[in-house]
Design a protein around this ligand. Structure first.
Ligand SMILES: [Zn+2]
Length: 263
């Protein structure tokens, strides 16, 4: 059964280091989907979408900093990094980058993609168009001034999302518990290394922070915010890069979504 989209581009095989996974969103076709960012062994950034992560065959599931062999092809999305994955041909992981030796391996993979600033990434898109400029990019912030935990206006999925999550899918038999609504958004405010930088406030899409919320709100009760701040405000930013994500293709908007990448 072909569970991947059609299209005009050719499939090819490549090894991809998974660097970021976004928390899933409800999907009419796949129950739920996630967007994944990675780096190929040939040295290219990839935005891999859609990935019905939690509903993949168990042997095909992967984690952050796994290296996996995938069949991919350019998607119809005009952004140069956007690729689709043959969901029936995900090889078991062929490697995993640990944090040993001061995160040396991770740094080697990631550092070629460091841009100097959010401003330089945005200038590229403005000057050359989104088909020819990087819509994914890494920057290391000069300073992070604020971490916010903001309650969402609603405390559950809307009716449309509930219907998507409740459907019976022939393609994806239900393997896991229903996707949990995360009633908080998480924001960082930071400055980058650019003389004109006026600061950026961006929401964090990263799966890990939402997983931390799920786990710690159960484990620590009302103390969960303290635990979350301890990790994401005090500890992680020291060695984190920001992956400019541009989840909605609104590349002209400076204050976009982003994901945290610890390297
Ligand atoms: Zn900036």
């Amino acid at each position: 059964m072909d569970r991947s989209f059609g299209g005009t581009h050719e499939w090819h095989e490549e090894d991809v280091l998974i660097t970021v996974r976004a928390y899933p969103v409800p999907s009419a076709r796949y129950l739920e989907i996630s967007c994944v960012a990675g780096i190929t062994s040939a040295g290219a950034l990839r935005r891999l979408h859609p990935i019905p992560d939690r509903h993949l065959d168990p042997h095909a599931r992967f984690s952050k900093f796994d290296i996996v062999r995938l069949r991919t092809k350019k998607s119809e999305d005009p952004r140069p990094e956007s690729y689709r994955v043959d969901l029936d041909a995900i090889s078991p992981k062929i490697g995993h980058l640990t944090t040993g030796n001061h995160w040396e391996e991770r740094t080697q993979w990631v550092s070629p993609f460091r841009a100097s600033s959010m401003e330089s990434l945005s200038a590229g898109i403005r000057d050359h168009g989104k088909e020819r400029s990087a819509s994914l990019g890494l920057i290391r912030p000069r300073s992070i001034s604020r971490f916010e935990i903001v309650r969402k206006p609603s405390s559950d999925w809307d009716d449309g999302s509930k219907a998507k999550l409740a459907q019976e899918s022939l393609l994806y038999p239900r393997r896991v518990e229903p996707l949990q609504f995360i009633p908080y958004d998480f924001f960082y405010t930071f400055h980058c290394e650019d003389a004109s930088c006026k600061g950026h406030r961006m929401s964090v899409l990263d799966w890990e922070i939402k997983q931390s919320f799920r786990r710690w709100s159960l484990q620590y009760g009302s103390e969960w915010q303290d635990k979350l701040r301890q990790k994401y405000q005090d500890e992680l930013p020291k060695r984190s890069s920001i992956l400019r994500w541009d989840a909605k293709g609104q590349t002209s908007n400076l204050d976009d979504h982003w994901a945290l990448l610890s390297t």
